[in-house]
Design a protein around this ligand. Structure first.
Ligand code: 3HC
Length: 689
């Protein structure tokens, strides 16, 4: 952490350097150092102008998000620094390269002039953290570029490219080459000082506020409404606007939604770190990939890889299925052109990178093979035995299995160290989660390669050990178990789904299973009935399956799908559920939304804690990232284990014990980790570092 101060003629150059993103940390004293360097420059009579820039890859990634866990007044120092910059008696020119985000962009707004390097990105992503730009952004950005464009930037959180920023008036000059040299050249002219905060209230304020307020969607994130409130409050009194902004920022910081979103931000980065994996382990180079299987999964995986500009050979023995997969791939890529996401040349290149094949021999010289064939050990055995013989000895062999034992699959090969699980989630070209399953023998560099590969194809990779269902599906089983029990006890599917969706799940469990295919869950329950006879499910869901109602794909499931897509509650199912309760002599009772959410959530947390305790997941945050990216768990809710901390470990244990004394109490045995943490006053968060 330093502010590197140099002089160039009569200009002082302050180069900010703090960690990977030059975060404007108050806690470690960095903001104080910048203020001191600024004051020195202002006091020096020889100094006529000041240029500020960032060291390394970027100007600045924003205020230090870790500062927000403490005292809300911590940000005062940053706000004061920005006021000092704005009020400086000498011109302050900001030289921007890489990114200027959040507090970083706000710092540039306090400066008098902005020069950006072509390719730089400027934005205010605070809303994605459940916050508002809290260092003057809500007051200065609308003054500079107008309320409409400022609200667009603040409410979307999306950065704009430097050329667009120049069009908006956010950037004064755009340069192709050395941005610091350009800023120094300008500073040598000693342009007059000017203050963004002194600009008049933008003329479009009322219109823009009304338009954005009308578009405001109800959701868990409280920040958008507060951002609009700050813009609405713009007046000639800058100090009053800043005071309101500061107060609302302090409020937002404390909300569960902002804490959940910040947990998600750091969680996505934490899961990439594999405990115990030496820094010396270098991932292997993956330049070509083979995908085996042209079904839904194989097609989705292939698309995900082509979209990351990786060449793919797809092997599918059935010519008809191969042709169909190829057609879907071409159409999907072409649709990206129609939607303006990519140009035709890019689409042509991606389509050309796809090679269909009907024999595994095509994979002789490939770096990574991903098997996505039918979930049957016999079929996998044939594939892996063949791959063992055909592929290069250094090629990585991955299975996309969601249910089978990766160690058993690895044992089919001569070198199990090159086998790993890559569990994609359907549709694989869209869902961001990739469960990377570490087998007993998986080599460290194979694991590192799998994680690097996941990042390359735009996924959030999370490592799981080997167990039935891995992390995500193993927990989901307990969630579903409670869902089916609640159906027989008195709830209806639409009530369960509604309660959970209002709480923050993208889709309730009944609709989810209708979409995934009820036959899949049915097969798992049949297998479990043999393997775990002491852990039964409600029979009500099997009754629905017995009618051949497998969900959306068969036109009917728990819901009816009159138009093939929209779930409609079905009186036939209501009757079936009520009849079932009568048949098992269970008097149906009112089940509150609170009970629905409470039981489903508790089931996830308890199984998640078991999984962490067993070492299947490295940390609670790994479990959370799996739920955020693979199961539609609301990002503002942080994830199941984050929610465990919100409830508090002693209260969690108490609730589990209460349930354990009720109906089907066997399903509620507290996980040892919950007992342990509750006893010692700990929480899940402590285990995340
Ligand atoms: N505060 C604290 N740490 C931060 C940070 C921030 N604002 N931004 C990034 N980091 C950390 C990351 O956690 C990571 O740490 P790790 O190496 O220990 O895991 C490290 O910096 C590098 O980050 P990335 O891996 O994300 O690096 P990239 O080069 O891929 O991306 C980036 C850089 C585009 C700047 C990206 O990190 C990013 O989007 N950061 C957050 C931007 C943001 O939201 N800024 C607003 C902050 S809130 C604010 O400014 C409030 C203000 O209005 C008062």
């Amino acid at each position: 952490m330093t502010v590197d101060v140099t002089s160039s003629g009569a200009t002082r150059l302050l180069r900010l350097s703090n960690g990977a993103v030059n975060a404007l940390s108050v806690g470690n004293g960095f903001v104080g150092e910048i203020a001191a360097a600024l004051n020195e420059a202002l006091a020096d009579v020889e100094c006529k102008a000041i240029v500020m820039t960032g060291a390394g890859k970027m100007f600045c990634g924003g205020a230090d998000i870790t500062d927000f866990d403490g005292d809300p007044r911590a940000l005062e120092a940053l706000r004061n620094l920005l006021l000092a910059v704005e009020d400086a008696s000498k011109p302050v020119i900001m030289a921007i390269h890489g990114v200027a985000l959040g507090g970083g962009l706000e710092l540039t707004l306090a400066g008098h002039y902005r020069v950006a390097q072509a390719g730089a990105r400027l934005g205010v992503p605070e809303v994605t953290l459940g916050l508002l730009p809290g260092a003057g952004g809500t007051q200065r950005l609308p003054r500079l570029i107008g309320a409409g464009p400022a609200l667009d930037m603040m409410l979307s959180g999306k950065p704009v490219a430097a050329d667009k920023a120049q069009t908006l008036g956010l950037v004064d000059r755009l340069v192709e080459g050395d941005v610091v040299a350009a800023a120094l050249e300008w500073a040598a002219e000693v342009p007059p000082t000017r203050r963004t905060g002194a600009l008049p209230v933008p003329a479009d304020r009322d219109e823009a506020v009304a338009a954005h307020r009308a578009k405001l969607r109800k959701g868990l994130n409280p920040a958008p409404a507060k951002i609009i409130q700050c813009v609405e409050a713009l007046s000639d009194d800058l100090a009053a606007g800043l005071a309101l902004e500061g107060a609302l920022f302090g409020e937002l910081m404390q909300t569960e939604a902002s804490r959940g979103l910040r947990h998600a931000f750091f969680g996505e980065r934490t899961v990439a770190r594999i405990p115990g994996l030496s820094r010396d382990v270098t991932p292997r180079d993956i330049r070509s990939v083979g995908v085996i299987g042209g079904g839904l999964m194989g097609t989705g995986i292939t698309l995900a890889l082509l979209n990351a500009d990786l060449p793919v050979i797809m092997v599918e023995l059935r010519e008809e299925a191969l042709a169909k997969a190829g057609e879907t791939i071409r159409k999907t890529i072409q649709r990206d052109v129609d939607k303006g996401r990519i140009d035709q040349a890019k689409a042509d290149a991606r389509i050309a990178a796809f090679t269909p094949a009907t024999s595994l021999d095509a994979l002789a010289d490939i770096d990574l093979v991903i098997e996505a064939v039918f979930e049957d050990m016999g079929v996998k055995q044939q594939v892996f035995t063949a791959l063992d013989a055909i592929t290069r000895p250094d090629a990585i062999l991955a299975s996309n299995t969601s249910t089978l034992d990766v160690d058993a699959i690895a044992a089919l090969t001569k070198d199990p160290s090159r086998v790993v699980g890559l569990h994609f989630f359907s549709p694989a070209n869209i869902m961001r989660l990739l469960e990377v399953v570490r087998g007993r023998e998986t080599a460290p560099d194979v694991l590192a390669t799998a994680m690097a590969f996941g990042k390359r194809v735009g996924k959030v990779g999370v490592v799981s050990g080997v167990c039935d269902g891995f992390i995500g599906n193993r927990m989901f089983e307990e969630y579903l178990r409670q869902t089916w029990f609640m159906l027989e006890e008195g709830a209806l599917p639409q009530q369960i789904d509604g309660a959970l969706e209002r709480w923050g799940m993208a889709m309730g469990p009944c609709r989810t299973m209708d979409l995934a295919g009820q036959d899949i869950g049915w097969a798992i329950r049949k297998r479990r009935a043999v393997e775990q006879p002491d852990r039964p499910y409600s029979g009500v869901i099997d009754r629905i399956c017995e009618l051949g109602r497998f969900g959306q794909k068969t036109g009917k499931g728990i819901y009816a799908y009159p138009d093939g897509r929209t779930a409609e509650p079905d009186p036939e199912i209501t009757k079936l559920i009520e009849d079932y309760s009568a048949e098992i002599a269970l008097e149906r009772r009112e089940i509150s939304d609170e009970e629905i959410v409470g039981r489903c959530l508790l089931a996830l947390i308890n199984e998640g804690a078991r999984i962490v305790g067993e070492g299947i997941a490295y940390r609670p945050v790994d479990v959370d990232m799996i739920y955020l990216h693979g199961y539609g768990f609301g990002r503002e809710r942080g994830g199941p284990m984050f929610q465990g901390d919100v409830i508090g470990l002693p209260a969690l244990l108490e609730r589990l014990r209460t349930h354990a004394q009720g109906r089907n109490g066997w399903a509620w045995t507290p996980a040892p980790l919950v007992e342990e943490l509750a006893a010692k006053g700990g929480n899940f968060q402590d285990l995340n570092s």
